[in-house]
Design a protein around this ligand. Structure first.
Ligand SMILES: [Zn+2]
Length: 182
């Protein structure tokens, strides 16, 4: 019997088993045992930087940096979490900031449509985060909390996906769900 030519062999399923995972925070990064730049395979997007970089980005985009807009950005950068408009409104009011719910909502919409902050559409509403660069998320199935992760897929896996789909992969976001290991 003649062996089938290589082209007719079904492609192997895409597996993530060898994915290197680097975590967002410095502590988590240390826990993962890597100090390498985790974004080298994601097309080197800009690092999150600082809130001042985001102010500058707004100016470059011709966006007005009103007091309210800076309040919203400052809070997102201080919290480094994924928050609803209501969470943001309540946290700002708890801090004694004088800002209305409508203003919070309008600023969040303007910032996310300019690509300055991230916006996640969830079943129970939108959540906003400080990072606008491509990154992955781990959702806790017990508490619903979402943490940012920088997941770097092995180069070979990205090439395999490109061959399967005929697309040149430019960025990716993985949505992972799990519970704390006890
Ligand atoms: Zn995020």
């Amino acid at each position: 019997m003649v062996a089938a030519p290589a082209e007719s062999v079904a492609p192997a399923p895409v597996r993530l088993a060898d994915a290197e995972v680097a975590c967002g925070s410095a502590d988590a990064l240390a826990a993962c045992g890597t100090t390498e730049d985790p974004r080298v395979h994601q097309g080197d997007p800009p690092l999150p930087g600082s809130v001042d970089d985001v102010y500058q980005r707004c100016r470059d985009l011709g966006m007005r940096l009103s007091r309210q807009r800076r309040m919203v950005l400052d809070l997102l950068w201080a919290e480094r979490d994924h928050l609803s408009a209501r969470d943001i409104f309540e946290k700002l009011n708890d801090l004694g900031r004088n800002i209305g719910h409508t203003s919070v909502y309008q600023n969040l919409e303007a910032l996310q449509s300019a690509g300055v902050i991230e916006c996640l559409d969830r079943a129970n509403g939108r959540l906003y985060g400080y990072r606008a660069d491509p990154h992955s998320h781990l959702t806790c199935s017990e508490t619903g909390t979402i943490q940012d992760l920088d997941v770097v897929l092995p180069e070979a896996l990205v090439r395999q996906i490109e061959e399967l789909t005929g697309f040149a992969i430019e960025s990716y976001t993985l949505h992972l769900t799990g519970r704390p290991r006890r």
